[in-house]
Every structure is written in C-alpha cells, then in structure tokens.
Design a protein around this ligand. Structure first.
Ligand code: NAD
Length: 339
C-alpha cells in the first residue's frame, strides 16, 4: 500500500523538524509519496498569498497532511495560515496527547492527558475590528451548539475508542454565561449519551491550578478554541515541554498532523531543536492511516532514545547548556537506528 501525503515543512525550525520526520517515517518502510508545499511568508513571495489554493487542494485530494510550524506575524500582517487551514478544511478537532515519556525530566509521573480543542470558532479565529483606531478594538467570540456538539462528541468517541475513563469540559461559564454557558450545557447533554464514561466540568482558571498540582486526576479535556490553545501548552509543560508534544487537526475523513510548538524563529537553521514533537505527529499520522505497527515502532524508538538520554537535544538534558546534547539531525539518526 502506498500513500500520498501533503507535506508543508513550514518556516523557522519547521523545515528541520519536517526533514527529520520525513526520514523517520520513511525508515519504517511505509511507502509515502510526499507533495511538498511552501506556505506563509515564502508563499507570499512566490504566489502572492500565505495559503495559496493549491495547498488546500492538495490536502483535499490526499485527505491527509502533515505540517511544520508556520510563523504568524504578531499584532500585524497576514492572518494565521494554521487557522486558515483548519477553517478551510473544517478540521474541527485539535487533538493533543500530553503523556510523560520515560526519561524526559518532568515534575510529574503518570501524566497522561488528551486535550481535545475546538478548532473552528471562539476568539481564536480572530474576528476583530477597530472601534476607534488606536483607542478601542473589539473581538467577536462565537460559540455554536453545532460546533460544541461535534467537538464534545469527538472527545467522547475518542474516550470510548481509546479506553479512557473521564471527559472534563473546560469553560468560563460563570462569567461568559451565554457563550460558555451554551458550551457547558451542550457538553452536559452530549455526556448523557455516553453513560459508561465519567463526565465533569471545570472553570478554566481553577483547572489550570489543579493541572499544576494534580494533573493525574484528569484524563480527556474538551475545550473551546482559545482555552484549548493555552491549556495545551500548559500540558506540554507538564510532560517535558514543547519539544515532545504532538498534535493532529481532524475533520471528517481528513486530517493534518502538526506538533504543538511554533516556529521558534531564534533557533532557525541551527540544527538544535527537538524533532520529537513532529516525529510523534508523524506516528499519529501513520496510526491514522492504519499503519499501526509502523506507528508503534516509531513511538517505541523515540521512547528508547529518550530513555537512554545520550542522543537527545538540549531541551531533554538536565542542563540546557550540556555540551553532549546532539542536534536535530543526529537525534533523528538515533531514532532511525532504534527503529
Ligand atoms: P514556539 O513554540 O515557537 O517557541 C517557544 C519556545 O519553546 C522556543 O523559544 C523554545 O524555547 C521552545 N521550543 C519550541 N519548539 C521546540 C522544539 N521543537 N525543541 C525545543 N524547544 C522548542 O512559540 P512562540 O515563540 O510563541 O511562537 C513563534 C512563532 O510560531 C509565532 O509566529 C507563532 O505564531 C508561531 N506558532 C505557530 C504554530 C503552528 O504553526 N501551528 C503554533 C504555535 C506558534
């Protein structure tokens, strides 16, 4: 069986972690033909748009894509390509597993969380305008029953398929009584259709405090878009940092895999950052394609390399200036050797 996959290397550290991932995925022996496309700043220079239509067409055709991070200018410039892809392809569920990998220095043991973030609405889609230029601006936060129902259903279906025991809906319904009130009520209704899976809810600020103190008490978290963005970085921090946490944007019959981290521009081209998050996103992709064995081999190889602690990047060393840290390429080589 051979697959065609759209690969967007991204920018900043994206091309380096993408190349590492491509090599590791190919080393499993699964035959993949890659359709490689530039997006973001580089695409503007070439095609006049950060997310030209041919990229979306390629993902629509192949039904599966994998991407490195793409820089979004802060406070100005073009809108996020990442948000654009999720919206255009209706990739409504952002799945971000955060699990302690043996050998990664983290403050906690036995953390095994799955973040299910709504991906198409809420403040994160960035609908805003000036009310009075430079004096007042307004952002619009839309929460709908339809989007909430399908994301909460996704969380419960994930829990059911993967033997998880608890789904927690995260919100701020005490203050945002209409938008998050609707999110919470809808979640409670969907939960009733899954009596075998426990359900509770938490106000987002309280949840953050509890995650820092007792992350083991949580299992699957389902959140509106912006809270999901923030809480998933917090959860990455619980299990060893952004260098190790993978992600997937899922729609109906279509998916784009990407690490949780961004383009970390200050490390561009230095062969320094950890390729694990994107390599594990590659393993999620293989699992999605039904290549369970290849996915498991990658996950085991990553675990072995990290547990051994020798051929790992700076962020996985006890001291960040440890001179024995290896580069992105060399860590990928070690993972390939361990396959
Ligand atoms: P970031 O995730 O790029 O980096 C934050 C810090 O995390 C880095 O300075 C580094 O210390 C660490 N880090 C990140 N990835 C790492 C890795 N693979 N190995 C080791 N350490 C790693 O976040 P940021 O600095 O807030 O964002 C930079 C740019 O990335 C922004 O333009 C932002 O919009 C974009 N971004 C893109 C995506 C995406 O493409 N999905 C996601 C998040 C941020």
């Amino acid at each position: 069986m051979s697959y065609t996959v759209t690969l967007i290397p991204g920018d900043g550290i994206g091309p380096e972690v993408s190349e590492a991932t491509r090599r590791v995925v190919e080393a499993t022996g699964v035959a993949i033909e890659w359709e490689i496309h530039e997006a973001g700043e580089a695409a503007i220079a070439k095609y006049g748009a950060p997310l030209p239509d041919h990229i979306l067409d390629s993902i629509r055709r192949n039904k599966v894509g994998i991407k490195g991070p793409i820089t979004t200018p802060v406070g100005k410039g073009f809108r996020s390509v990442n948000v654009g892809i999720r919206k255009a392809l209706d990739l409504y569920a952002n799945l971000r597993p955060a699990k302690v990998v043996p050998g990664v220095a983290s403050r906690y043991e036995n953390v095994d969380l799955v973040i299910v973030r709504e991906n198409t609405e809420c403040l994160y889609v960035g609908i805003e305008h000036d009310v009075i230029a430079n004096e007042a601006a307004e952002a619009i936060r839309i929460i709908t029953r339809r989007a909430t129902e399908r994301i909460v259903r996704f969380a419960f279906e994930y829990a059911r398929t993967n033997g998880r025991k608890l789904v927690t809906a995260v919100h701020k319904a005490n203050i945002l009584k209409l938008t998050d009130g609707l999110f919470l009520r809808t979640a409670q209704e969907v939960a009733q259709q899954y009596p075998e899976i426990a359900f509770n809810d938490r106000i987002v600020d309280n949840l953050c405090m509890q995650l820092v103190q007792r992350p083991q008490e949580y299992d699957v978290l389902v959140l509106p878009n912006l809270f999901g963005d923030i809480v998933s970085d917090l959860c990455s921090g619980l299990v060893g940092g952004l260098g190790v946490t993978p992600g997937a944007n899922m729609g109906d019959g279509i998916a784009v895999f990407e690490p949780v981290h961004g383009s970390a521009p200050k490390y561009t081209g230095l062969n320094k950052v950890n390729p694990t998050a994107m390599i594990r996103s590659g393993a999620l992709m293989l699992r999605y394609l039904g290549e369970t064995q290849a996915a498991q081999r990658i996950e085991d190889a990553v675990t072995r390399v990290i547990a051994e602690g020798k051929s790992v990047t700076y962020d996985l060393k006890a001291r960040r200036d440890d001179p024995t840290a290896v580069g992105t390429r060399e860590m990928a080589d070690a993972i390939i050797a361990a396959l």
